[in-house]
Design a protein around this ligand. Structure first.
Ligand code: HEC
Length: 369
């Protein structure tokens, strides 16, 4: 027997009415339950139930950015939620959720909202829009980014985000960026951002060359024994954590992306010597569960990241935090890497005194403040 969608709706809403307490009808756990239920019914027609519509409307409002927020918008093609989706894509532009929100926004045909934000007055939002545009990968929107870069009137923050958005991922483009840096075509104030992008390139040759260009520590670096004699300044170290690429892979004190181990209590785990070793010689001791894997697909694509496996799938988390789930049937081989996913040589972006500041900051990160 074919059950009509309308019949299913009546059935489901009826059943929910029985299960749920009559009182506090509009309470949020009830809305969540309705949302969870209708998402599970294939072909559920939202327009057929005002009760379900009410629950969805309240869920979007009360649980903005919540677990089912994106699923709901995608499933029922809720174009009217585009402004909320835009806010999420901007606010979470550093995380996979934001990337999903940006992609969905473009999928709903509302990508122009990102373009407008990029051109807008609010420089924080414009910088976030640049990142969101890169996440969405939308070719038309991407064309606006070089224009931002070429316009010296735009604030540094916006241009710098546009630079990361354009060159952050693709090693081929990074080779072009390297050429621009070498021939001094890049605006002076963008060199800091360029150094971060190039030092984190997936391409080892680009990293090596960037290291020689941006290295601030000329000559031999002091030994760990020497470094341990310096007393660093934790508050300066806190800034270096952000500007010297650490926050691209670690979270500490509420800043950064959890790709590598969280460092919010690292001072309890590692003493100063061990911290220096972790930064200077990252491949000597690799933290359990954070080993890098190189996964080759049958179509010859090579992916690098941290893996989690289930019976059927393998989920790869890549640098930057993006996750990709692959069916095991698509994989031709996988191998654990001997090197850490944390690049060696990051200390060369800092003077020895700055490195001591950074280690002083990390040492100060403890459970009890
Ligand atoms: C490209 C990503 C990446 C960057 C950038 C990066 N790290 Fe790491 N880091 C990792 C990964 C992955 C691990 C875990 C594997 C390992 O132990 O080598 C790690 C491990 C560590 C550890 C050891 C943590 C533990 O629990 O044992 C410390 C300390 C650390 N990183 C500090 C830093 C600092 C400071 C910076 C900035 C100068 C930095 N990292 C930049 C990826 C990164």
């Amino acid at each position: 027997m074919r059950i009509s969608h309308h019949y299913v709706t009546v059935l489901v809403m009826g059943a929910l009415a029985l299960v749920l307490p009559a009182q506090g009808q509009e309470d949020s756990s009830r809305d969540t339950l309705i949302v969870e239920t209708i998402l599970r019914i294939e072909g559920f027609d939202l327009s057929s139930s005002t009760k379900a519509q009410g629950a969805v409307r309240r869920y979007l409002k009360n649980e903005w950015g919540g677990e089912r927020y994106l699923d709901l918008i995608e499933r029922f093609d809720l174009k009217e939620e585009a402004p909320g989706l835009l806010r999420l894509a901007l606010k979470k532009s550093e995380s996979p959720t934001g990337a999903e929100a940006a992609t969905l926004l473009v999928g709903l045909g509302k990508g122009a909202l990102l373009g407008e934000t990029l051109e807008g007055e609010d420089e924080v939002a414009a910088g976030q829009a640049a990142k969101a545009i890169a996440h969405s990968g939308d070719a038309t929107l991407m064309k606006a980014l070089p224009k931002v870069l070429a316009n010296p009137e735009r604030p540094l923050r916006v241009r710098s985000s546009a630079l990361s958005a354009l060159y952050g991922k693709d090693p081929e483009r990074q080779a072009q960026l390297l050429t621009m840096v070498k021939s001094n075509e890049l605006a002076e104030d963008l060199r800091q951002t360029a150094s971060e992008i190039l030092m984190l390139s997936r391409n080892a040759e680009i990293r090596e060359e960037a290291k020689s260009i941006f290295s601030v520590a000329k000559g031999d670096y002091p030994s760990i024994v020497e470094l341990l004699k310096r007393k660093g300044d934790p508050s300066r170290g806190k800034e270096l954590f952000v500007t010297k690429t650490c926050m691209i892979c670690h979270e500490a004190g509420g800043t950064g992306i959890n790709f590598g181990p969280g460092l919010s209590q690292i001072g309890d785990k590692l003493d100063a010597r061990a911290l220096y070793e972790a930064i200077l010689l990252p491949s000597e001791k690799i933290s359990m569960g954070f080993e890098g894997w190189e996964v080759t697909l049958k179509n010859n694509t090579k992916l690098v990241g941290i893996i989690e496996e289930t019976e059927e799938n393998l989920t790869l988390t890549m640098i930057g935090g993006a996750k990709q789930t692959i069916e095991k049937g698509e994989i031709s081989s996988k191998a654990k890497m001997k090197q850490s996913l944390m690049y060696p040589g990051l200390h060369q972006l800092m003077t020895p005194d700055e490195l001591a500041d950074l280690v002083a900051y990390l040492s100060s990160l403890r459970k009890d403040g």
